[in-house]
Write a protein that binds this ligand. Structure first.
Ligand code: FAD
Length: 251
């Protein structure tokens, strides 16, 4: 593994004298640097120190495969007679190497919840989904800590997005101009929360007389209203994102 400004590389030997080489980055960075093109990707690989040495003498790829690997969770993880387990419930960053452990652990937890449900504990499936959702929140905290260990590129969007460095001042005034266009836009911006939660966050930005509110009040009220155990980072990150996307205005 090797960290670079635009993300991190992963390389490993495979059977039959083959090597897998992967660059983890973000879509906008890949587009800006044209990293989906083999030539640009190879040039980026040439600029590494360690991975370059590992692949020395290997035949370059004719084409690249692009796969999404972002962290994500299912809004609703259980119903009357079903549960989401493993990757179906939430997916973690490949850096964590935790997907298989998590899937096995979730299988055991789900089996226990199903057993309890069948024994008459009606809330068992719902409790499982709350607990699984909480595990995702704990995982996000962990991910922040791991990515924060890399300090060489403080201006890099890739690292900034994962390190959770807060730039929003508690006293910054926030304002949401509600319109059908803004609401349609929110549905496309479900990076940090579901559209429903993003919409709630936006609405908290305006006080009863429709004037802007301080960021700290918005965050406090959002956390007070939510039934999930969330760290304050989560609504703050979401607010920063909505400001960046010009859905929420700062005044
Ligand atoms: C390239 C890659 C590298 C990875 N490296 C690591 C690593 O080093 N360490 C690590 O811990 N994790 C790693 N992971 C993540 C890990 O593989 C997953 O987190 C883990 O396999 C999830 O297990 P799961 O049982 O939840 O889902 P899956 O392993 O995806 O199993 C789901 C199964 O359900 C089947 N299925 C889907 N739909 C249906 C259907 N309708 N009917 C019947 N069957 C269906 C699928 O075919 C699949 O077999 C990696 C993932 C990838 C893609």
């Amino acid at each position: 593994m090797e960290a670079v400004e635009s993300g991190w590389w992963y390389a490993a030997h495979l059977p039959e004298d083959r090597i897998i080489v992967t660059l983890m980055s973000d879509r906008d960075i890949v587009q800006q640097q044209r990293l989906s093109r083999p030539n640009a990707w190879m040039s980026a690989l040439d600029r590494t120190h360690h991975v370059r040495q590992l692949v020395e003498g290997a035949t370059p790829p004719l084409e690249l495969e692009i796969q999404p690997a972002f962290s994500q969770y299912l809004d609703i993880m259980s119903g009357e007679d079903w549960l989401a387990v493993g990757d179906a419930a939430f997916k973690v960053d490949p850096l964590s190497s935790a997907g298989i452990y998590k899937a096995l652990r979730a299988g055991i937890d789900a089996a226990e919840a199903i057993g309890q449900f069948r024994a008459g504990q009606e809330q068992a499936l719902h409790s499982y989904s709350l607990q699984t959702r909480h595990q995702f929140e704990l995982y996000l905290d962990d991910r922040r800590k791991y990515y924060s260990q890399e300090t060489r590129w403080p201006a890099s969007p890739f690292w900034k997005r994962r390190q959770g460095k807060i730039t929003l001042f508690p006293t910054t005034g926030l304002y949401f101009q509600s319109s059908s266009r803004a609401i349609a836009r929110l549905k496309q911006l479900k990076r940090y929360f579901s559209p429903h939660d993003l919409y709630r966050l936006c609405h908290l930005c305006n006080s009863a007389d429709n004037s802007p509110r301080h960021a700290s009040d918005v965050v406090a009220e959002f956390l007070a209203q939510t039934t999930q155990k969330l760290s304050a980072y989560r609504p703050i990150e979401a607010l920063e994102y909505l400001i960046e996307q010009q859905v929420i205005l700062t005044v």
